[in-house]
Design a protein around this ligand. Structure first.
Ligand code: AMP
Ligand code: ZN
Length: 471
């Protein structure tokens, strides 16, 4: 079955057909983090969604080139650099490194390219020059360069491709200089911001004087540099639809660099927000958890990943600690079943169970219906447990089930699945307990059992010897 996705551009579910004439190569760009602080798990809901899209495209056989930019120059960063007095690069480096560490904790695949905005100033300037040469951008008296919506529309282009806009209240030439603004205040937006005292040492030379780029033009320049002037797929959280993505389309198509009739981007996908008590999790509302906050509470990266990908990407959902506890339970059910399957399969190798894989991908083919895919997995776990308990699973069937799980897990991305990650020191304690028992030192062996229990693990005796299980 072909993959179908909801394209924000057409507001409908469409078959995904890449631009590549062989129908195989896919160029995908995701707006990356603004590195002004540690990212919160709302941000990571979007990056885990993007990881799911990439993994599923690869599962379907596409050769994906995944680009994720680093927004290392933007209004919020400038403000923080001014407040802290730390030089720009030193300041952003810290949060950029933390972001990549967190991505790894969540087992997200590394993007193929991670361009930084500050390293693409010549490309940004060149793109603005094209817009100025076409009469779509103009320099204002404040030394900044703005994008003219009126001139853009005058060239037959459409502003308002991703969201419906009401131009009635709009006055020609009205300007907005900040990177973020509401739909209600559509206005000419800044491409290049003339240097002001508050910018401190953060500025670059340009044909229009010293200054710095606006946020939106950064993504147009970096995405087209890495993937060409037209590419397949652009992703981000739903808040980026306006103005960020709308402005990206305007700048990129306004520069007239695409081959005739080609859009800047063929498919746009937007992930819904993670909420807290019905409100968007965000830094400004102060209702957020960073990944590190949750790790400190004892949750693992895979549990947090599970929670973040438990709902359909276009549905908002509330973050709760109970949700994380349910993710823990769900993962241990999977892990336990896989451990039993491994015991039955032994050294047997088999090809994946195609019926199971078929049901799994049928759900995901429909606009990444992850809830459907989870339904398939838990139905399979239930049935497998029943058959295993009845001793009706041959080692061949167990091996086929494990091979299918491996394929499914290439999409779900749970590291070390099947073997609950047991810290090395605990394995050593278990071995010590075995030796104590052999030596009939039951006092020591009981003490070790209690110590393990105190750390949240119990010892289960199985025909293959004792093993550790999380409480
Ligand atoms: P930022 O670092 O603010 O540029 O955001 C990085 C990504 O996180 C963007 O794609 C945002 O749309 C996304 N994002 C921000 N808040 C949330 C949230 N509460 N839930 C899901 N995604 C979010
Ligand atoms: Zn962007």
């Amino acid at each position: 079955m072909p993959l179908k996705i909801f394209n924000t551009l057409s507001r409908s579910v469409e078959e995904f057909v890449p631009r590549d004439s062989d129908g195989n190569a896919v160029g995908m760009y995701c707006c990356g983090p603004t590195v002004h602080d540690f990212a919160h798990i709302g941000n990571f809901r979007t990056f885990v969604f993007v990881d799911l899209v990439r993994r599923y495209l690869e599962f379907k056989g596409f050769a994906v080139k995944h680009v994720l930019n680093i927004t290392d120059i933007e209004d919020k960063i400038i403000r923080r650099v001014r407040e802290t007095g730390i030089p720009l690069r030193e300041f952003t480096d810290k949060y950029e490194a933390a972001f990549f560490e967190d991505l790894q904790t969540l087992n997200c695949l590394s993007p193929h390219q991670t361009p930084r905005a500050t390293e693409h100033i010549p490309e940004i300037v060149a793109l603005i020059e094209k817009l100025v040469a076409r009469g779509i951008a103009y320099k204002a008296s404040d030394g900044s360069v703005y994008f003219s919506i009126e001139k853009y529309q005058g060239c037959g282009c459409r502003y308002g491709q991703l969201v419906n806009l009401n131009f009635e209240g709009m006055r020609a030439g009205e300007r907005v200089s900040s990177d973020e603004y509401e739909k209600e205040s559509i206005a000419d937006f800044a491409l290049w911001k003339g240097r002001v005292t508050e910018d401190g040492e953060v500025f670059w030379p340009s044909p229009w004087g010293e200054g710095r780029p606006g946020w939106h033009i950064e993504c147009s320049a970096m995405s087209m540099k890495c993937l060409g002037s037209s590419f397949d797929l652009h992703l981000g959280g739903e808040d980026l639809m306006f103005p960020h993505h709308e402005d990206e389309i305007a700048q990129s198509e306004g520069a007239g660099v695409q081959n005739d009739g080609q859009p800047f981007v063929k498919y746009w996908m937007h992930g819904a927000h993670l909420l807290v008590e019905g409100k968007k999790m965000s830094k400004s509302l102060g209702n957020y958890f960073t990944l590190r906050d949750l790790l400190a509470k004892g949750f693992s990266g895979r549990e947090i990943r599970h929670l973040l990908m438990s709902s359909h990407y276009r549905e908002q959902f509330n973050f709760t600690i109970e949700g994380l506890n349910s993710a823990r339970t769900a993962l241990s059910r999977i892990d336990e079943c896989l451990t039993k399957l491994r015991e039955v399969a032994g050294k047997e190798v088999a090809s994946p169970d195609v019926t199971l894989l078929g049901k799994f991908s049928e759900s995901l083919d429909h606009d990444l219906n992850v809830s459907g895919a989870w339904g398939v997995i838990f139905e399979w776990i239930r049935e497998t447990n029943r058959l295993l308990a009845a001793g009706q699973f041959s080692n061949q069937q167990a091996a086929a089930a494990l091979a299918a799980w491996e394929r499914m897990n290439s999409v779900l991305g749970f590291a070390a699945v099947g073997e609950t990650e047991i810290p090395a020191e605990l394995t050593a304690l278990l071995e010590e307990r075995q030796l104590a028992r052999k030596a009939k030192d039951f006092k020591r062996s009981d003490a070790i059992r209690d110590e393990l229990k105190g750390k949240g693990w119990v010892i289960e005796d199985t025909p293959k010897g004792p093993r550790l299980k999380k409480l």
